[in-house]
Ligand binder design. Sequence first.
Ligand code: CA
Length: 420
Amino acid sequence: MGSLIKSWVESANSAETPFPLNNLPFGRYFDGAVKTPCTAIGDDILDLRAVEKTGLLTVGRGDFFQHAGGVNAFMEAGPETWSAVRAALTKLLSESNFEKREALSACLRPMNETRMAMPFDVSEFTDFYAGRHHATNVGTMFRGAENALPPNWLHIPIGYNGRASSVVVSGSDVRRPWGQLKSPDHDVPAFLPSRRFDFELEMGAVVGMPSDGPISVTEADAAIFGYVLLNDWSARDIQAWEYQPLGPFQAKATATTISPWIVTAEALDPFRVDTPAREFALLDHLKDAGPMLYDIELDVTLSPKNGAPTTVTRTNYREMYYSAAQQLAHHTTSGCPMRTGDLLGSGTISGPEKSARGSMLELSWGGKEPLTLDNGETRAFLEDGDTLTLSGAARGDGFTIGFGPCAGTLLPALNEPYAV
Ligand code: CA
Protein backbone atom coordinates (compact mmCIF):
# COMPACT_ATOMS: atom_id res chain seq x y z
CA MET A 1 0.00 0.00 0.00
CA GLY A 2 2.89 2.35 0.62
CA SER A 3 2.65 5.17 3.16
CA LEU A 4 2.00 8.90 3.15
CA ILE A 5 4.62 10.94 1.29
CA LYS A 6 4.89 14.14 3.30
CA SER A 7 4.73 17.53 1.65
CA TRP A 8 5.68 21.03 2.77
CA VAL A 9 2.06 21.90 1.84
CA GLU A 10 0.72 21.06 5.30
CA SER A 11 -2.89 20.36 4.26
CA ALA A 12 -1.63 17.49 2.08
CA ASN A 13 -0.41 15.54 5.12
CA SER A 14 -3.72 14.55 6.71
CA ALA A 15 -4.97 10.97 6.38
CA GLU A 16 -8.31 12.27 5.06
CA THR A 17 -7.32 14.68 2.32
CA PRO A 18 -8.12 13.23 -1.12
CA PHE A 19 -5.00 14.91 -2.47
CA PRO A 20 -1.84 13.90 -0.60
CA LEU A 21 1.48 13.98 -2.44
CA ASN A 22 0.86 10.30 -3.28
CA ASN A 23 -1.99 11.36 -5.60
CA LEU A 24 -0.98 14.26 -7.91
CA PRO A 25 -3.98 14.02 -10.27
CA PHE A 26 -4.24 16.08 -13.46
CA GLY A 27 -6.98 18.53 -14.35
CA ARG A 28 -7.63 22.06 -15.62
CA TYR A 29 -8.95 25.12 -13.80
CA PHE A 30 -10.33 28.35 -15.21
CA ASP A 31 -7.68 31.05 -14.87
CA GLY A 32 -10.05 33.76 -16.03
CA ALA A 33 -11.48 32.21 -19.19
CA VAL A 34 -8.40 30.07 -19.87
CA LYS A 35 -8.46 26.33 -19.15
CA THR A 36 -5.16 25.90 -17.34
CA PRO A 37 -3.52 22.54 -16.54
CA CYS A 38 -3.02 21.92 -12.84
CA THR A 39 -2.55 19.29 -10.17
CA ALA A 40 -4.02 19.10 -6.66
CA ILE A 41 -2.07 19.13 -3.40
CA GLY A 42 -4.01 19.15 -0.10
CA ASP A 43 -6.42 22.11 -0.07
CA ASP A 44 -4.70 23.78 -3.03
CA ILE A 45 -4.28 23.39 -6.73
CA LEU A 46 -0.84 23.87 -8.29
CA ASP A 47 -0.93 25.78 -11.60
CA LEU A 48 1.35 23.70 -13.87
CA ARG A 49 1.61 26.40 -16.51
CA ALA A 50 2.99 28.73 -13.83
CA VAL A 51 5.35 26.02 -12.50
CA GLU A 52 6.77 25.47 -15.99
CA LYS A 53 7.31 29.21 -16.31
CA THR A 54 9.48 29.20 -13.18
CA GLY A 55 11.84 26.82 -14.98
CA LEU A 56 11.46 24.20 -12.23
CA LEU A 57 9.64 21.62 -14.36
CA THR A 58 11.81 20.80 -17.33
CA VAL A 59 11.05 17.10 -17.76
CA GLY A 60 9.93 16.00 -21.21
CA ARG A 61 9.31 18.95 -23.49
CA GLY A 62 9.12 21.35 -20.57
CA ASP A 63 6.22 23.24 -22.17
CA PHE A 64 3.36 20.74 -22.11
CA PHE A 65 1.19 22.85 -19.87
CA GLN A 66 1.44 26.24 -21.58
CA HIS A 67 -1.86 25.81 -23.40
CA ALA A 68 -5.34 24.39 -22.74
CA GLY A 69 -4.59 21.20 -24.72
CA GLY A 70 -1.63 20.53 -22.45
CA VAL A 71 -3.11 17.63 -20.51
CA ASN A 72 -3.82 15.77 -23.77
CA ALA A 73 -0.33 16.57 -25.12
CA PHE A 74 1.18 15.29 -21.89
CA MET A 75 -0.90 12.09 -22.02
CA GLU A 76 0.19 11.47 -25.61
CA ALA A 77 3.86 11.67 -24.56
CA GLY A 78 3.61 8.23 -22.95
CA PRO A 79 4.33 6.39 -19.71
CA GLU A 80 8.00 7.35 -19.33
CA THR A 81 7.12 11.03 -19.45
CA TRP A 82 4.14 10.51 -17.12
CA SER A 83 6.45 8.95 -14.53
CA ALA A 84 9.19 11.53 -14.97
CA VAL A 85 6.83 14.50 -14.51
CA ARG A 86 5.21 12.81 -11.53
CA ALA A 87 8.62 12.16 -9.95
CA ALA A 88 9.70 15.77 -10.57
CA LEU A 89 6.52 17.18 -8.99
CA THR A 90 6.86 14.78 -6.05
CA LYS A 91 10.41 16.03 -5.45
CA LEU A 92 9.44 19.71 -5.70
CA LEU A 93 6.54 19.37 -3.26
CA SER A 94 8.14 16.96 -0.80
CA GLU A 95 8.78 17.93 2.80
CA SER A 96 12.52 17.46 2.30
CA ASN A 97 12.72 20.02 -0.50
CA PHE A 98 13.65 23.44 0.84
CA GLU A 99 14.62 24.99 -2.46
CA LYS A 100 12.34 27.28 -4.41
CA ARG A 101 9.45 26.90 -2.01
CA GLU A 102 8.63 30.58 -2.41
CA ALA A 103 8.46 30.36 -6.20
CA LEU A 104 6.32 27.22 -5.99
CA SER A 105 4.04 28.71 -3.32
CA ALA A 106 3.27 31.50 -5.78
CA CYS A 107 1.85 28.83 -8.14
CA LEU A 108 -0.63 27.52 -5.52
CA ARG A 109 -4.30 28.62 -5.52
CA PRO A 110 -6.89 27.72 -2.86
CA MET A 111 -8.99 24.93 -4.36
CA ASN A 112 -12.20 26.29 -2.87
CA GLU A 113 -11.71 29.53 -4.81
CA THR A 114 -11.15 27.90 -8.19
CA ARG A 115 -13.60 26.69 -10.82
CA MET A 116 -12.60 23.46 -12.51
CA ALA A 117 -12.90 22.88 -16.26
CA MET A 118 -13.10 19.53 -18.06
CA PRO A 119 -9.82 17.83 -17.05
CA PHE A 120 -8.96 16.93 -20.66
CA ASP A 121 -10.42 17.09 -24.17
CA VAL A 122 -12.51 13.94 -24.68
CA SER A 123 -11.80 12.45 -28.11
CA GLU A 124 -14.51 9.82 -28.12
CA PHE A 125 -16.63 8.12 -25.48
CA THR A 126 -17.39 4.40 -25.32
CA ASP A 127 -19.51 2.95 -22.55
CA PHE A 128 -19.36 -0.68 -21.42
CA TYR A 129 -21.68 -2.93 -19.45
CA ALA A 130 -19.12 -4.87 -17.44
CA GLY A 131 -20.62 -5.04 -13.95
CA ARG A 132 -21.94 -8.53 -13.40
CA HIS A 133 -24.31 -7.63 -10.57
CA HIS A 134 -25.73 -4.73 -12.59
CA ALA A 135 -26.17 -6.82 -15.75
CA THR A 136 -27.77 -9.60 -13.70
CA ASN A 137 -30.16 -7.21 -11.92
CA VAL A 138 -31.22 -5.45 -15.12
CA GLY A 139 -31.48 -8.73 -17.03
CA THR A 140 -33.62 -10.26 -14.27
CA MET A 141 -36.03 -7.31 -14.39
CA PHE A 142 -36.33 -7.39 -18.19
CA ARG A 143 -35.99 -11.08 -19.06
CA GLY A 144 -36.38 -13.07 -15.84
CA ALA A 145 -33.71 -14.66 -13.62
CA GLU A 146 -33.21 -17.60 -15.99
CA ASN A 147 -32.09 -15.39 -18.89
CA ALA A 148 -30.55 -12.54 -16.90
CA LEU A 149 -27.12 -12.56 -18.53
CA PRO A 150 -27.10 -12.63 -22.36
CA PRO A 151 -25.14 -15.63 -23.74
CA ASN A 152 -22.23 -13.43 -24.87
CA TRP A 153 -21.82 -11.58 -21.57
CA LEU A 154 -19.30 -13.90 -19.86
CA HIS A 155 -17.13 -13.97 -23.02
CA ILE A 156 -16.85 -10.37 -24.27
CA PRO A 157 -17.10 -6.92 -22.69
CA ILE A 158 -20.37 -5.53 -24.11
CA GLY A 159 -20.27 -1.85 -25.04
CA TYR A 160 -21.59 0.86 -27.37
CA ASN A 161 -20.10 3.95 -28.96
CA GLY A 162 -21.43 6.94 -27.05
CA ARG A 163 -21.10 10.70 -27.47
CA ALA A 164 -18.05 12.77 -26.46
CA SER A 165 -19.98 16.00 -27.08
CA SER A 166 -22.16 15.60 -24.00
CA VAL A 167 -19.42 14.66 -21.50
CA VAL A 168 -19.40 17.43 -18.87
CA VAL A 169 -17.37 18.21 -15.77
CA SER A 170 -18.67 17.91 -12.21
CA GLY A 171 -20.85 20.87 -11.23
CA SER A 172 -22.57 21.13 -14.61
CA ASP A 173 -26.37 21.05 -14.47
CA VAL A 174 -28.19 18.35 -16.43
CA ARG A 175 -31.53 19.05 -18.16
CA ARG A 176 -34.23 16.37 -18.01
CA PRO A 177 -34.68 15.32 -21.65
CA TRP A 178 -37.78 14.94 -23.74
CA GLY A 179 -37.99 11.80 -25.80
CA GLN A 180 -40.14 9.27 -27.49
CA LEU A 181 -41.68 6.95 -24.91
CA LYS A 182 -44.11 4.12 -25.08
CA SER A 183 -45.91 2.96 -22.00
CA PRO A 184 -47.04 -0.69 -21.99
CA ASP A 185 -50.57 0.68 -21.33
CA HIS A 186 -50.74 2.55 -24.65
CA ASP A 187 -50.72 1.34 -28.24
CA VAL A 188 -48.86 4.35 -29.59
CA PRO A 189 -45.72 6.19 -28.46
CA ALA A 190 -45.78 9.77 -27.14
CA PHE A 191 -43.20 12.58 -27.09
CA LEU A 192 -42.81 13.64 -23.46
CA PRO A 193 -40.23 14.57 -20.81
CA SER A 194 -38.56 11.44 -19.44
CA ARG A 195 -40.31 10.17 -16.31
CA ARG A 196 -37.69 7.60 -15.42
CA PHE A 197 -34.46 9.60 -15.38
CA ASP A 198 -31.60 7.83 -13.63
CA PHE A 199 -27.91 7.90 -12.72
CA GLU A 200 -25.30 5.19 -13.26
CA LEU A 201 -22.25 4.92 -11.00
CA GLU A 202 -19.20 4.16 -13.15
CA MET A 203 -15.46 4.72 -13.42
CA GLY A 204 -13.99 6.09 -16.65
CA ALA A 205 -10.60 5.02 -17.99
CA VAL A 206 -8.71 7.71 -19.94
CA VAL A 207 -6.58 6.50 -22.85
CA GLY A 208 -3.17 8.18 -22.86
CA MET A 209 -1.18 6.37 -25.54
CA PRO A 210 -2.89 6.15 -28.94
CA SER A 211 -2.94 2.89 -30.91
CA ASP A 212 -3.59 1.92 -34.50
CA GLY A 213 -4.54 -1.75 -34.69
CA PRO A 214 -5.05 -4.55 -32.17
CA ILE A 215 -3.17 -4.30 -28.86
CA SER A 216 -2.81 -6.86 -26.06
CA VAL A 217 -4.33 -6.56 -22.59
CA THR A 218 -0.84 -5.79 -21.22
CA GLU A 219 -0.31 -3.06 -23.83
CA ALA A 220 -3.78 -1.70 -23.13
CA ASP A 221 -3.05 -1.50 -19.41
CA ALA A 222 0.10 0.50 -20.14
CA ALA A 223 -1.79 2.83 -22.51
CA ILE A 224 -4.30 3.93 -19.84
CA PHE A 225 -3.21 7.22 -18.30
CA GLY A 226 -5.68 7.28 -15.44
CA TYR A 227 -9.22 7.14 -14.14
CA VAL A 228 -12.13 9.48 -13.40
CA LEU A 229 -15.48 9.01 -11.67
CA LEU A 230 -18.29 8.91 -14.22
CA ASN A 231 -22.07 9.30 -14.00
CA ASP A 232 -23.79 7.94 -17.11
CA TRP A 233 -27.16 9.74 -16.82
CA SER A 234 -29.82 7.48 -18.35
CA ALA A 235 -33.47 7.95 -19.37
CA ARG A 236 -34.92 4.49 -18.72
CA ASP A 237 -38.24 5.06 -20.47
CA ILE A 238 -36.56 6.38 -23.63
CA GLN A 239 -34.11 3.45 -23.43
CA ALA A 240 -36.85 0.83 -23.06
CA TRP A 241 -38.54 1.93 -26.31
CA GLU A 242 -35.47 2.63 -28.45
CA TYR A 243 -32.89 0.01 -27.47
CA GLN A 244 -33.79 -2.88 -29.78
CA PRO A 245 -31.98 -3.88 -31.92
CA LEU A 246 -28.98 -1.50 -31.83
CA GLY A 247 -28.71 -0.59 -28.14
CA PRO A 248 -28.94 2.74 -26.31
CA PHE A 249 -29.04 5.99 -28.28
CA GLN A 250 -30.89 9.10 -27.03
CA ALA A 251 -31.40 7.52 -23.58
CA LYS A 252 -27.68 8.00 -22.90
CA ALA A 253 -26.91 11.10 -24.97
CA THR A 254 -28.16 13.85 -22.63
CA ALA A 255 -25.08 14.06 -20.45
CA THR A 256 -22.22 12.10 -18.89
CA THR A 257 -20.64 13.79 -15.87
CA ILE A 258 -17.01 13.16 -14.89
CA SER A 259 -14.91 14.18 -11.88
CA PRO A 260 -12.58 17.19 -12.34
CA TRP A 261 -9.38 15.18 -11.81
CA ILE A 262 -7.79 12.28 -13.66
CA VAL A 263 -6.17 10.13 -10.99
CA THR A 264 -3.19 8.48 -12.64
CA ALA A 265 -2.81 4.72 -12.96
CA GLU A 266 0.58 5.21 -11.28
CA ALA A 267 -1.02 6.74 -8.17
CA LEU A 268 -3.50 3.86 -8.07
CA ASP A 269 -0.83 1.19 -8.60
CA PRO A 270 -0.68 0.14 -4.90
CA PHE A 271 -4.41 -0.64 -5.06
CA ARG A 272 -4.42 -3.11 -7.95
CA VAL A 273 -6.59 -6.21 -7.50
CA ASP A 274 -7.47 -9.21 -9.64
CA THR A 275 -10.67 -9.63 -11.61
CA PRO A 276 -13.11 -12.19 -10.12
CA ALA A 277 -13.02 -15.96 -10.67
CA ARG A 278 -14.65 -16.97 -13.97
CA GLU A 279 -16.70 -20.02 -14.91
CA PHE A 280 -15.63 -19.70 -18.57
CA ALA A 281 -12.00 -19.09 -19.47
CA LEU A 282 -11.65 -15.95 -21.57
CA LEU A 283 -10.28 -16.26 -25.11
CA ASP A 284 -6.58 -15.49 -25.44
CA HIS A 285 -6.97 -11.86 -26.54
CA LEU A 286 -8.86 -11.06 -23.31
CA LYS A 287 -6.97 -13.27 -20.81
CA ASP A 288 -6.08 -11.65 -17.51
CA ALA A 289 -2.45 -10.54 -17.53
CA GLY A 290 -2.03 -9.45 -13.90
CA PRO A 291 -4.14 -7.46 -11.46
CA MET A 292 -5.78 -4.69 -13.50
CA LEU A 293 -8.79 -3.71 -11.41
CA TYR A 294 -8.43 -1.39 -8.42
CA ASP A 295 -9.68 -1.37 -4.84
CA ILE A 296 -11.57 1.93 -4.91
CA GLU A 297 -14.44 2.52 -2.47
CA LEU A 298 -17.33 4.27 -4.20
CA ASP A 299 -20.48 5.91 -2.95
CA VAL A 300 -23.35 7.99 -4.27
CA THR A 301 -25.39 10.58 -2.40
CA LEU A 302 -28.73 11.98 -3.49
CA SER A 303 -29.52 15.49 -2.22
CA PRO A 304 -33.13 16.55 -2.76
CA LYS A 305 -33.76 20.21 -3.55
CA ASN A 306 -34.58 21.07 0.05
CA GLY A 307 -32.88 18.40 2.08
CA ALA A 308 -29.66 16.89 3.31
CA PRO A 309 -27.84 14.26 1.25
CA THR A 310 -28.76 10.59 1.65
CA THR A 311 -26.17 7.96 0.79
CA VAL A 312 -27.97 5.65 -1.62
CA THR A 313 -25.11 3.38 -2.75
CA ARG A 314 -21.84 2.05 -1.38
CA THR A 315 -19.79 -0.29 -3.54
CA ASN A 316 -16.27 -0.84 -4.92
CA TYR A 317 -14.67 -0.71 -8.38
CA ARG A 318 -13.20 -4.18 -7.73
CA GLU A 319 -16.71 -5.63 -8.31
CA MET A 320 -16.20 -5.37 -12.10
CA TYR A 321 -16.00 -8.51 -14.25
CA TYR A 322 -13.74 -6.96 -16.90
CA SER A 323 -10.88 -4.50 -16.32
CA ALA A 324 -10.54 -1.30 -18.37
CA ALA A 325 -7.44 -2.89 -19.95
CA GLN A 326 -9.56 -5.82 -21.17
CA GLN A 327 -12.19 -3.41 -22.49
CA LEU A 328 -9.58 -1.33 -24.30
CA ALA A 329 -7.89 -4.42 -25.78
CA HIS A 330 -11.30 -5.68 -26.93
CA HIS A 331 -12.06 -2.27 -28.45
CA THR A 332 -8.99 -2.59 -30.72
CA THR A 333 -9.66 -6.15 -31.98
CA SER A 334 -11.46 -4.74 -35.04
CA GLY A 335 -8.45 -2.59 -35.90
CA CYS A 336 -10.28 0.44 -34.49
CA PRO A 337 -7.70 3.17 -33.78
CA MET A 338 -7.78 4.60 -30.26
CA ARG A 339 -6.79 8.18 -29.57
CA THR A 340 -5.32 10.11 -26.71
CA GLY A 341 -8.30 11.35 -24.71
CA ASP A 342 -10.60 8.45 -25.52
CA LEU A 343 -12.86 7.83 -22.52
CA LEU A 344 -14.07 4.31 -21.65
CA GLY A 345 -16.94 4.01 -19.16
CA SER A 346 -16.70 0.85 -17.05
CA GLY A 347 -20.41 0.08 -16.95
CA THR A 348 -22.54 0.46 -13.84
CA ILE A 349 -20.74 -0.76 -10.72
CA SER A 350 -23.15 -2.62 -8.48
CA GLY A 351 -22.15 -4.92 -5.64
CA PRO A 352 -24.01 -8.06 -4.55
CA GLU A 353 -25.99 -6.34 -1.75
CA LYS A 354 -29.07 -4.21 -2.26
CA SER A 355 -27.29 -1.21 -0.73
CA ALA A 356 -24.51 -1.56 -3.32
CA ARG A 357 -26.67 -1.09 -6.42
CA GLY A 358 -25.33 1.61 -8.73
CA SER A 359 -28.54 2.97 -10.31
CA MET A 360 -32.09 3.92 -9.29
CA LEU A 361 -33.39 1.30 -11.73
CA GLU A 362 -31.83 -1.38 -9.52
CA LEU A 363 -32.28 0.39 -6.16
CA SER A 364 -36.03 0.79 -6.73
CA TRP A 365 -36.26 -2.47 -8.71
CA GLY A 366 -37.71 -0.88 -11.80
CA GLY A 367 -39.63 1.70 -9.76
CA LYS A 368 -41.60 -0.90 -7.79
CA GLU A 369 -39.75 -0.44 -4.48
CA PRO A 370 -39.12 3.32 -4.01
CA LEU A 371 -36.28 4.37 -1.72
CA THR A 372 -36.96 6.45 1.37
CA LEU A 373 -34.54 9.35 1.76
CA ASP A 374 -33.35 10.64 5.13
CA ASN A 375 -35.83 13.56 4.95
CA GLY A 376 -38.77 11.17 4.45
CA GLU A 377 -39.24 11.79 0.72
CA THR A 378 -39.35 8.74 -1.54
CA ARG A 379 -37.71 8.15 -4.92
CA ALA A 380 -38.35 5.59 -7.63
CA PHE A 381 -36.36 7.65 -10.17
CA LEU A 382 -34.78 11.13 -9.99
CA GLU A 383 -36.83 14.27 -9.42
CA ASP A 384 -36.14 17.80 -10.62
CA GLY A 385 -33.69 19.54 -8.29
CA ASP A 386 -32.02 16.32 -7.14
CA THR A 387 -28.24 16.53 -6.94
CA LEU A 388 -26.28 13.30 -7.41
CA THR A 389 -22.72 13.18 -6.10
CA LEU A 390 -20.33 10.29 -6.78
CA SER A 391 -17.25 9.91 -4.56
CA GLY A 392 -14.31 7.53 -4.72
CA ALA A 393 -11.41 6.73 -2.41
CA ALA A 394 -8.51 4.28 -2.43
CA ARG A 395 -7.33 3.94 1.16
CA GLY A 396 -3.68 3.34 1.98
CA ASP A 397 -1.79 3.29 5.27
CA GLY A 398 -2.47 6.79 6.62
CA PHE A 399 -3.44 8.34 3.30
CA THR A 400 -6.35 8.46 0.85
CA ILE A 401 -6.37 8.81 -2.92
CA GLY A 402 -9.52 10.70 -3.97
CA PHE A 403 -11.02 12.04 -7.17
CA GLY A 404 -12.91 15.14 -6.05
CA PRO A 405 -16.70 15.09 -6.32
CA CYS A 406 -18.53 14.04 -9.48
CA ALA A 407 -21.76 16.00 -9.03
CA GLY A 408 -24.66 17.19 -11.14
CA THR A 409 -28.10 18.68 -10.48
CA LEU A 410 -31.14 17.68 -12.52
CA LEU A 411 -33.01 20.67 -13.97
CA PRO A 412 -36.66 20.44 -15.06
CA ALA A 413 -37.42 19.63 -18.68
CA LEU A 414 -37.94 22.56 -21.04
CA ASN A 415 -41.59 23.65 -21.30
CA GLU A 416 -41.53 22.84 -25.01
CA PRO A 417 -38.42 21.42 -26.63
CA TYR A 418 -39.03 23.20 -29.95
CA ALA A 419 -40.20 26.64 -30.95
CA VAL A 420 -43.39 25.80 -32.83
CA1 CA B 1 -23.64 3.00 -18.56
